[in-house]
Design a protein around this ligand. Structure first.
Ligand code: NDP
Length: 478
């Protein structure tokens, strides 16, 4: 096979890629060596802004197959018939660490899925935990600052974590999951994914249901003990990335079963929990899991930057039949994810190959940095027009959402113990050996913080469950 000729970015053949153009054999380099200048200048610009959160990730392509009919709840075309297949892409990340940080740290994992449906992309941008630390986005940048680095030393700080958590008791549920065995998965194939927020389904009769999304691993939940994780973080910081990539190369395709919990719209007002509070689950006994389908990851990316780094997920990307809920965190993420991508990748990020929908994109958006998709060609760029441009279709209108009350700033807590019951339930369902490890993990972290914060946290854990708090108090030598 004839070798391809090396070219500049403008496609011009290059005569020498090893020796710079110099004035004489030992003389200085000439400015005229535009290929060298282009090479160095492009290299300087290889990095794009790292994601503030979820910077370290692995990704893979796959397919989603419907296994059960849920059309009574949603008209989304992706679920329209049993056996239907939809191509998808998944990105799995840690949250707090930088792009080169170790995979086996104790952290929440991002579980972001993009389904290329015939009615546009549905992004299911979740985590491997069913809840989150906070329920109001007003707290989000502050919370993330506690997970990142201190202003002066650039070191991470357990004191920042516990200072924040001790004053935000709704975090106790997620803190319990984080310090439990599930806080360090054995690998991406061995963890569940959850939509975490409540979303809505809308069916063909335009009826609304509240829903929660669950992707349960078919490999079984498997976790890593702290000591092993610490060792691997040094030996092979990219352990989870390597494990997923190599499994797919070997033809061992990880699979998840997709389930939903479905709540009739009218139940929301009377339910014991605020169903839109991201720090709460809906107990399975109240709303059982309904099977929907199977997700399989079966193809590695060809190029990490093009596919994983440039993939851009947003909870705003819901398709007809799937929609939002009043969850305050979801409402904020609908704005902030797309906003992050506009900053990170530019305003035309949805046209990048990994993000581009398989469905046709027809609108009046034009121009902007890096417009590389033809920019609508000669077609009309305003509406209303009499030139046959795309038109909105009222058939896609959602049923009106009933709201009530005064505009104000509400803490959505329902009762005094609201934030303590579910962390306590979780503690009580753990087997005794896992309870011990949970207590040990928390104690090891709390040992690094001032006594006054330890006391505050012990009081919180005791309110969740007396044995839970007592175990931590004992571990701290109270
Ligand atoms: P159930 O007995 O119906 O559900 C128990 C669920 O707890 C399991 O299905 C499993 O969720 C999850 N679980 C089991 N072992 C662990 C573990 N070691 N670490 C973390 N989660 C575990 O009870 P409830 O529905 O009332 O939930 C009780 C508690 O379980 C909740 O407070 C919550 O913390 C936790 N949980 C609940 C989920 C829900 O959607 N109801 C989802 C995940 C956790 P899974 O099957 O998803 O792995």
């Amino acid at each position: 096979m004839k070798e391809k000729t090396l070219t500049t970015a403008a496609g011009i053949p290059v005569s020498d890629n090893q020796n710079s153009l110099t004035a004489g054999e030992r003389g200085p380099t000439l400015l005229q060596d535009h290929f060298l200048l282009e090479k160095l200048a492009h290299f300087n610009r290889e990095r794009i802004p790292e994601r503030v959160v979820h910077a370290k990730a692995a990704g893979a392509h796959g397919v989603f197959t419907v296994t059960n009919d849920i059309t009574e709840y949603t008209k989304a075309r992706i679920f329209c018939e049993v056996g239907k297949k939809t191509e998808m892409f998944g990105r799995f990340s840690t949250v707090a660490g930088e792009k080169g940080s170790a995979d086996t740290v104790r952290d929440v994992r991002g579980f972001a899925l993009k389904f290329y449906t015939e009615e546009g992309n549905w992004d299911m941008v979740g985590n491997n935990t069913p809840v989150f630390f906070i329920r109001d986005a007003m707290k989000f940048p502050d919370f993330i600052h506690t997970q990142k680095r201190m202003a002066q030393s650039n070191l991470r700080s357990h004191t920042m974590w516990w200072d924040f958590w001790s004053q935000v008791p709704e975090s106790l549920h997620q803190v319990t999951i984080l310090f439990s065995d599930r806080g360090i998965p054995k690998g991406i194939p061995y963890m569940n994914g959850y939509g975490s927020h409540t979303y809505s389904f809308i069916n063909g009769k335009n009826e609304r249901f509240w829903v929660k999304f669950h992707f349960k691993t078919q490999q079984g939940i498997q976790n890593m003990m702290q000591q092993e994780a610490d060792r691997i973080a040094g030996d092979d910081p990219d352990y989870h990335t390597r494990q997923l990539f190599e499994a797919i190369e070997r033809g061992e395709y990880p699979k998840w079963t997709f389930y939903v919990q479905v709540m009739p719209e009218v139940d929301a007002g009377n339910y014991r929990w605020n169903p839109f509070d991201l720090t709460k689950v809906w107990p399975h006994g109240d709303y059982p899991l309904v099977e929907v389908g199977r997700m399989e990851l079966n193809r590695n990316p060809e190029n990490y930057f093009a596919e994983v780094e440039q993939s851009a997920f947003s909870p705003a990307n819901v398709v007809p039949g799937i929609s939002f809920s009043p969850c305050k965190m979801l409402q904020a993420r609908v704005f902030s994810y797309a906003d992050a991508h506009r900053y990170r990748l530019g305003v035309n990020y949805e046209s990048l190959p990994i993000n581009r929908p398989k469905a046709a994109v027809c609108n009046y958006q034009r121009d902007g940095y890096m417009r590389f998709d033809g920019n609508g060609g000669a077609s009309v760029n305003y509406e209303p027009n009499s030139l046959g441009g795309p038109k909105a279709d009222p058939a896609y209108a959602e049923p009106p959402l009933k709201i009530s009350g005064d505009a104000d700033r509400y803490d959505q807590k329902r009762g005094v113990d609201d934030d303590y019951v579910q962390p306590g339930n979780l503690f009580r369902l753990l087997p005794p050996d896992e309870q011990k490890r949970l207590i040990l993990n928390i104690t090891n972290s709390l040992k690094k913080v001032p006594r006054q914060l330890q006391e505050k946290m012990v009081a919180h854990f005791r309110r969740a469950d007396q044995d839970y708090g007592d175990g931590i108090a004992e571990g701290l030598g109270f």
